[in-house]
Design a protein around this ligand. Structure first.
Ligand SMILES: Cc1ncc(COP(=O)(O)O)c(C=O)c1O
Length: 397
């Protein structure tokens, strides 16, 4: 096979010393993109070479690697397709996407309304850093009606943060109605839509201003990458997100963006399999005497099912189980007895995980029984049920 010679060639050899030649050799134009590939190039670069002096100050093109290059741009573009967005800003984690979006639109003196069912580290950010910078956070019950939420909003309210279904307790919010009511008051809405992965529900099509996901979960899908995204339709929000990213100096690695793109391509196939298996396991849990309630909006018995059926066309593999009152030691024995489930806090990966949930709730404290959460992976659901069955049998004896 005749690959082109990769030596410098007699004629192109610069009249310079060896040190100079080896420094400049690897940066040769031919070494940059030797062939077309299915995926984008992973460009590892802080420095971006510009063709002339005028281009140094051309803000319409990347001038520094921190802004993201080929793979970051490819992932952001693909996420715009997924979310029907005009612009997608990537972040180094899902939490960074939420905090980055908040920092982009808030200022001292603002109030924000946040669901009581928010992912706990977001609460920590609101009650700590945002408070220190003069932003007040009020929490609304995770299952509150849109009218009741809007009624809580003082004049200086700038944003309502929605997470539906809620973290750990899975209450659904009537997001389209809340987004519409917020808009009439000039209040922005931001939704953490990680559960639906931008696939089962597209917030921007339902009037939400900022659609956020922890790509770490279903989009990346393999429990080995941190990434987050914020998608918007409004050019003014696009400007604020970009500017804050530049001002704060956040960056996303090209390798991670490449992995995100790789995961995104199989998201629909994986997501539906996660959802179908989770439904099977959730139904099995409903029949166990230890179960008080399964918290999964895809189940007709779930309190949020009507909203889910109206707005969503599928469900992911994450649900909760409220157990009948029992000692936490027995819950721990059940979880420790599982062989196919890992114990861990994340979700959305190919492998099944379980965790004990301790929801922080300040608007309305959690008064239910012990709570466990399952992320159903891509294993056979029959095997997972057999494993859950043997672990439950152990605590019955
Ligand atoms: C609902 C939700 N949003 C955001 C995040 C944060 O994502 P990351 O771990 O990528 O920061 C998580 C993480 O568990 C989550 O569960």
């Amino acid at each position: 096979m005749a690959y082109p010679s990769n030596g410098p060639g007699e004629d192109s050899r610069p009249p310079a010393s060896l040190e100079t030649r080896i420094v400049h050799a690897a940066a040769g134009a031919g070494a940059r993109l030797p062939a077309e590939t299915v995926g984008p190039a992973i460009q590892k670069a802080s420095t971006v070479l510009l063709p002339n002096t005028a281009a140094l100050f051309d803000s319409s093109r990347p001038t520094y690697g921190r802004q993201g290059l080929a793979s970051q741009m490819a992932l952001a573009g693909a996420l715009c397709e997924l979310e029907n967005a005009r612009f997608c800003q990537l972040y180094g984690s899902g939490l960074a996407a939420i905090t980055g979006a908040l920092m982009s639109v808030l200022k001292s003196g603002d109030t924000i309304l946040v669901t009581d069912g928010v992912y706990q580290p977001v609460r920590r950010f609101c009650d700590g850093l945002l408070r220190r910078f003069g932003v007040r956070t009020l929490y609304y019950p995770a299952d509150a009606a849109p009218e009741a939420i809007i009624a809580l909003a003082p004049d200086e309210t700038r944003l309502i943060l929605i997470e539906s279904p809620a973290s750990l307790t899975f209450e659904m919010t009537d997001t389209p109605t809340l987004a519409r009511l917020a808009r009439t008051r000039g209040i922005l809405t931001l939704m953490d839509n990680t559960w639906a992965a931008g696939f089962a529900f597209r917030p921007l099509d339902h009037g939400v201003d900022l659609s956020v996901q922890a790509l770490t979960k279903y989009v990346c899908g393999h429990s080995d990458v941190f990434l987050g995204s914020v998608c918007v339709k409004d050019p003014a929000l696009e400007h604020l997100l970009k500017q804050t990213m530049i001002d704060a100096g956040f960056a996303v690695s090209g390798e991670d963006a490449y992995q995100g793109l790789r995961g995104l391509r199989t998201l629909p196939t994986r997501f539906d399999r996660h959802g179908a298996s989770a439904l099977e396991v959730a139904r099995w849990f409903q029949q166990q005497p230890e179960t008080a309630r399964v918290l999964y909006p895809a189940l007709p018995e779930d309190a949020g099912h009507a909203l889910w059926r109206r707005d969503y066309d599928r469900a992911c593999g994450l649900f909760g189980v409220e157990l009948r009152p029992m000692a936490e030691a027995d819950v721990a024995r059940f979880l420790d007895g599982l062989r196919l489930f890992g114990l861990g806090f994340s979700w959305g990966g190919f492998e099944s995980l379980a965790t004990l949930s301790r929801p922080t709730r300040t608007a309305r404290p959690w008064t239910g029984g012990p709570l466990v959460r399952f992320s159903i992976g891509l294993e056979s659901p029959g095997d997972l049920i057999a494993d859950l069955d043997q672990a439950l049998t152990q605590i019955r004896s």
